[in-house]
Design a protein around this ligand. Structure first.
Ligand code: F0G
Length: 363
């Protein structure tokens, strides 16, 4: 394999013609994207009626979340525009990605995080990639407001998803799904926080549909955490709370775009409780072998809720057509937040280094 071939990976290389780049754009990439779309037989069986569920495992991106797709574009464009520094607010994954791509581009990165509400794995990433980490007394929404203000007056590029290049990069996940399945799925399910990702997926699906690369667009189903569900409740949540800290957001930046995607796709927004999220996280890892962080499990919890006739579900899974193809995006790797799973189910069996004792304990 030539160096050139190795170099030609990543979402800008793969989807250059659909992205706002030119030959003058320096490509800042870590070979992100091209994540697996994994068939989930046990989830499929839960739905029945010949439906097939696929998991888009975005935790396998270079920094462990889907944010890398948008960050390759945001950093490439920032460098093209002459930026020497980037800044973002984050619940942890955006900051990890921004820090990694800024390191790659040899420019500085400042991240504003809600103090005490970031999983340690994500905080460790920001440090490891050399970012300047500022923990504010406030939540993500406060941090994003401050970043917007700083971006207006200082020569620092904002790389939150209010930067349109981010969503352009993230839409490539829809392209990959269409290319893998040969068409768009019938239904697409994903967690919603700041609402950039659902907006980006919809943009990607609409784009490939209008180019004739897909015969349909999917029904989009978004799930928020019950304590942080502004779109579901149709009002700003001043003090959002959830164990799924990645989606602990009360005033999403892409609220209108998400509503447009939900409306045009005939989809729905719903909320799942922390208990449902944790149960779905463990179910997915222990049944399908796919370990995701709590926020990502909101999509699986959401599918379970849509299947449950006793719930106050916003969308009834009985509406999925027979033989439907359903894609659930799981946005971040489980190793980002190992404490949560340890608290859920982690008790080790202590033993002496003795064969017969071990056999007795495991029988
Ligand atoms: N899942 C994970 C793991 C996330 O980190 C996020 C957002 C989402 C889902 C929701 O995506 O915001 O596009 O609706 N994380 C942002 C961050 C807010 O700062 O890392 P969204």
């Amino acid at each position: 394999m030539s160096f050139r071939t190795l170099h030609d990976r990543g979402v800008i290389a793969r989807y250059r013609e659909y992205l706002p780049v030119t030959d003058a754009t320096p490509v800042i990439s870590l070979n992100e994207g091209s994540t697996p779309l994994i068939h989930a037989p046990k989830l499929s069986a839960k739905i029945g009626r010949d439906c097939e569920v696929f998991i888009k495992y975005e935790g396998l991106n270079p920094t462990g979340s889907f944010k890398d797709r948008g960050m390759t574009l945001a950093l490439s464009k920032a460098v093209e525009d002459g930026a020497h520094a980037v800044i973002c607010a984050s619940t942890g994954n955006t900051s990890a990605a921004a820090a990694a791509y800024a390191a790659r581009a040899s420019i500085s990165c400042i991240v504003l995080l809600p103090a005490g509400k970031i999983s340690f794995g994500k905080l460790a990433q920001a440090f490891a990639y050399g970012a300047k980490v500022v923990a504010i007394e406030g939540n993500f929404d406060d941090a994003l407001r401050l970043v917007r203000e700083i971006g207006e007056t200082e020569p620092i590029a904002v790389v939150n998803s209010i930067n349109p290049h981010r969503l352009q990069g993230q839409k490539t996940a829809s392209f990959e799904i269409i290319e893998t399945l040969g068409d768009a799925p019938d239904v697409h399910i994903l967690p919603v926080g700041n609402a950039g990702n659902i907006s980006a997926y919809w943009m990607g699906y609409e784009e490939f549909f209008s180019l004739g690369k897909a015969s349909r667009t999917p029904v989009m189903l978004g799930f928020q955490a019950a304590g942080s569900a502004p779109i579901y409740h149709k009002r700003i949540i001043e003090k959002p709370e959830t164990i799924a800290t990645a989606i602990r957001i009360g005033n999403p930046a892409s609220w209108d775009k998400a509503n447009n995607a939900l409306e045009k796709s005939g989809g729905a927004i719903d909320a799942v409780t922390d208990e449902e999220i944790l149960a779905a996280q463990f179910w997915l890892s222990s049944n399908e072998g796919i370990f995701v962080e709590p926020a990502s499990a909101a999509s699986i919890a959401g599918l379970f809720k849509s299947l449950d006739p006793t719930s106050n579900r916003a969308y009834d899974a009985a509406r999925f057509p027979e033989g439907a193809r359903i894609v659930c995006t799981v946005t971040g790797h489980g190793l980002k937040d190992p404490e949560v799973i340890k608290e859920q189910c982690g008790s080790v069996i202590s033993a002496k280094a003795d064969r017969s004792e071990i056999l007795r304990l495991i029988s």
